[in-house]
Design a protein around this ligand. Structure first.
Ligand code: KIV
Length: 284
């Protein structure tokens, strides 16, 4: 069957058909191309870029300009997956007008299909305004890294009936406001399952169990490319690329030092007559 770009109705159809949605983060064109070729449905240019590729300690310092640059690169490398831009800290919280202007940049400059913002009830009006402005919007509930200091750090959310109820209510509010997808991070699997059952929009889990309508992971975590950073318990390492890259670079270093790279296959020839002329004119 001919592959067509994933759109919002296609994601809704997947939920209706109980077909899982796959989402991964990417931050440049090269990785986006690989993810697209591998058939991932959604590529999120997460604000995890802050720690994963820009070297910040957490997600708070990353700027709109940095996120737009990365989103544009990902969009260039993507043909079929849906590209979403993650709105950085304080690009949407202060007022709705700012939120619309900044979100619009992800679409106009970054080539994204939509944006993701963190937060529940307090963000419902912003989601409504973004959608009214024509900007497809994704919610993010549970562990919300941009407000980690207010929710007790990077820990599981929704472990009491009251807290679980609040996440469910938030999900329903975001859905009513027009969010077309909701990311649910680090909540108990039974709570996530109930939320996925009660919501019409797809629920994408990360550390939220297998009953969600889809899953998302940070690419560098699932490929074992992080170095020294904390890896959350819910991450499964599908590959240990970090070790493989280090080994390959060590082999390169060894070959360069030994003079075995570049070899005969990697060099360009000069025709003999040109060589003779070059060496005979006394200048070589
Ligand atoms: O920034 C990010 O990568 C995210 C995902 C973990 C959902 O928000």
């Amino acid at each position: 069957m001919e592959r067509t770009p994933i759109d919002i109705p296609a994601l809704q159809q997947k939920k209706a058909n109980r077909e899982k949605i796959t989402m991964l983060t990417a931050y440049d064109a090269a990785w986006a191309r690989l993810l697209d070729e591998a058939g991932v449905d959604v590529i999120l240019v997460g604000d995890s870029a802050a720690n994963v590729v820009l070297g910040y300690r957490d997600t708070l310092p990353v700027t709109m300009d940095e996120m737009i640059l990365l989103t544009r690169a990902v969009s260039r490398g993507t043909r079929y997956a849906m590209v979403l831009g993650d709105m950085p800290f304080l690009s949407y919280q202060s007022d709705v007008r700012d939120a619309i202007v900044n979100a619009g940049r992800f679409l106009k400059e970054g080539g994204a299909v939509g944006v993701k913002i963190e937060g529940g009830a307090a963000m419902a009006e912003t989601v409504r305004a973004l959608v009214r402005a024509g900007i497809p919007t994704v919610g993010h509930l549970g562990l919300t890294p941009q407000t980690a200091s207010l929710i007790g750090g990077y820990r599981c959310q929704g472990r009491t009936a009251h807290a679980a109820r609040r996440i469910l209510d938030d999900a329903l509010l975001l859905q009513d406001a027009g969010a077309f997808l909701i990311v649910l991070e680090c909540v108990p699997d039974r709570v996530a399952e109930e939320i996925a059952r009660r919501c019409k929009v797809p629920i994408i889990g990360i550390g939220a169990g297998a009953a969600c309508d889809g899953q998302v992971l940070v690419l560098h975590d699932m490929l074992g490319m992080g170095r020294g950073g904390h890896s959350p318990r819910f991450v499964h390492r599908f590959e240990n690329l970090g070790d493989r890259v280090v080994a390959a670079v060590q082999r390169y270093g060894a070959d360069v030092r030994a003079g075995t790279f570049p070899g005969p296959d990697h060099v360009f020839a000069i025709p003999d007559d040109e060589w003779d002329a070059f060496t005979k004119d006394g200048k070589a």
